[in-house]
Structures are given as structure tokens and as C-alpha cells.
Design a protein around this ligand. Structure first.
Ligand SMILES: [Zn+2]
Length: 315
């Protein structure tokens, strides 16, 4: 669309001046030039509804009506598509993240609408593609979450001790390359092992600062323990230089922008930061970075109820 490396907010508003331009842009992103595909049955023939119903199509086989929003992160949202595109631009380009309050002001929408949009956008930043990491890979883990004693009595988690109220996040990243991070219930080997098989090509070199025995993995991967002081490890800050930047960026966002992550939504926040790290290089044109997000936007839907549960609004 544009061969410039970065585009400004102003330039984007020229590219997507109104709802109709946004609709056409998303249709091109979703269906390309090969034609619309019915999201219900996969049929390739549909007819456009006329008049005021621009963007509505009826499938010639199952006769259901659909739009570009059907079965996507944009489904059943009252926010106009041009605002969605501006929100995506802001989330992709804000290096340290953007808060829902700030986004709500930029787009003149309510804060809880902004919060909901942002979680939907994050959901398309999650695991995309199945490309294996290979070569030299770094792994590290960190804990996110506050001390129980600092919380309001009502919000404290009752049982257990130590790591209760915290979530472990394991990060795996190719040296100077792509990576991903996943929230895990614990850091035991039986949790970690399937993750490795799924993401790292067998035979790769894995750098870690972990002293544990890698039961059942040492034959498939070459492990190299980076020998740092135990204190650094206890601090849970990565000693393996590459993956460290994931935690650094995540923590900056956590303290600077979001103040506090809700552990319930942690995976989506982690996805957002990993996405920005993977796609955020200034050398990758802004529109390509946005394309990477659009690719994850289709065939998924996030229920409002599954997001907010008891109707709480928190970052
Ligand atoms: Zn159909």
C-alpha cells in the first residue's frame, strides 16, 4: 500500500478518512482480490446487498448474511471501523503501550468501550503462525503479580503461600529474533516440555540460566546454562540478554501505563508486548506491522462476558 517505513497518525487519517474507507480497507485485508468467502460455510459466491446496506452480503449457498465484521475481533461492536483502525495503529506504534483511558480520549469513546476494544485487539496479537524457533534460543521465566499483603482484604487470595497471587510467565526467544511468552500455571518441567516441543525446532541450542535438570529434553536440545549469580535468578530478571528485553518492556508498561495488570487478562497483555517486540522494529513498515495484526483478526470472537466476568473494569 505504501513503501514508506513509518506513517504518521495524520497520514493514516488520510488513508482511512471515514467509515466507508475503513470498511473497504478491511475487506481487502480479509478477502484480498480473490473474492469474499462466506464465514459460515466457506462458499465463494455471495451477492452484495444494495442501498444503505453497504458491506452486507448474502451467501448463495447457506443464504446467511455476513459482513467483514462477522467472526472477527470487530464482530458485534458499535464502534465504527475507522476508529478500530486508528486504535490498532495506536496500539501497534505505542512503544510502551497505551492505556484504555488515553485511547478513549483519542477516539472520543467511553473508557470501557476502549478497554474492550483493546482486549480484542490483543487477542489477535497472540500465537500466530506455527513457525518454529531454531538456532540459538533463549528461555527465561518471570513472575508477575503483587504481594497479597498489599492488597485490599477482599481481593486477597486465601489459600497457599509464596507464589499465590502471582503468575509465572515463560519466555522463549530466538537470539536477536522472534519470540513469544506464555502465562503458565507453574514452572514445572511437565508444563514446560510440551511448550518446547511446540515452539522450538529439535536440535536447537537453548540458553538458560536455570540450574534444573532438563528431564527428557537434553537429548532433543543442546542446553547451555548461562552461569550467573543466584541473586539475579531470584530477582527473576532474565540473565539471558535477549529475552530480558521482553520482561523489561513488559515491566515498563506495567508500571508506567497500566499500573497494574489483572492476572485474569495477563496472557493478552503478554501477547501485546511480545507482538510489539516481534513486529515493532522500526525497520518494518508501520502498515506491515498492522497487517501482521489484521492476519490474526479473522475467525475469532471474544465474548464480552468472558472478558469482564463480574463487570469489573480494570486494566
Ligand atoms: Zn454460506
Amino acid at each position: 500500500m505504501n513503501d514508506k517505513t513509518t506513517i504518521s497518525y495524520y497520514e493514516l487519517t488520510k488513508l482511512v478518512p471515514d467509515k466507508m474507507a475503513a470498511l473497504r480497507l478491511l475487506e481487502r485485508k480479509r478477502w484480498g482480490t480473490s473474492g469474499r468467502i462466506c464465514p459460515f460455510c466457506g462458499h465463494r459466491h455471495s451477492c452484495a446487498r444494495g442501498g444503505t446496506r453497504a458491506g452486507y452480503y448474502r451467501c448463495c449457498r447457506c443464504h446467511k448474511e455476513f459482513t467483514v465484521r462477522t467472526a472477527s475481533i470487530f464482530e458485534r461492536s458499535h464502534i465504527p471501523l475507522d476508529k478500530w483502525i486508528l486504535a490498532i495503529y495506536m496500539m501497534v506504534t505505542a512503544r510502551k503501550g497505551i492505556s484504555s483511558l488515553q485511547l478513549s480520549k483519542e477516539l472520543s469513546i467511553r473508557q470501557n468501550s476502549a478497554w474492550f476494544m483493546m482486549h480484542r485487539i490483543r487477542s489477535s496479537m497472540g500465537e500466530r503462525g506455527n513457525a518454529f524457533l531454531q538456532g540459538i534460543v533463549e528461555r527465561d521465566e518471570t513472575c508477575i503479580g503483587g504481594k497479597e499483603s498489599n492488597k485490599h482484604k477482599r481481593k486477597r487470595l486465601k489459600s497457599g503461600r509464596g507464589s499465590i497471587g502471582k503468575s509465572a510467565v515463560v519466555g522463549i526467544r530466538r537470539r536477536k529474533g522472534r519470540g513469544f511468552a506464555k502465562v503458565v500455571p507453574n514452572t514445572k518441567m511437565q508444563t514446560f516440555r510440551p511448550m518446547m516441543y511446540k515452539t522450538v525446532l529439535l536440535g536447537s541450542v537453548v540458553n538458560t540460566d536455570d540450574f534444573r535438570e532438563y528431564d527428557g529434553l537434553s537429548e532433543q536440545y543442546q542446553y547451555k546454562t548461562v552461569n550467573h549469580s543466584a541473586k539475579l535468578f531470584v530477582d527473576a530478571m532474565a540473565c539471558t540478554n535477549g529475552i530480558e528485553s521482553v520482561w523489561a518492556v513488559l515491566n515498563r508498561g506495567r508500571y508506567g501505563i497500566f499500573h497494574q495488570f489483572s492476572l485474569k487478562h495477563l496472557q493478552r497483555y503478554v501477547d501485546e508486548f511480545a507482538f510489539r517486540l516481534n513486529e515493532g522494529s522500526c525497520k518494518i513498515p508501520t502498515l506491515e506491522r498492522m497487517d501482521a495484526l489484521f492476519n490474526g483478526a479473522w475467525n475469532r470472537h471474544l465474548d464480552y462476558s468472558s472478558l469482564v466476568g463480574r463487570g469489573e473494569l480494570n486494566e
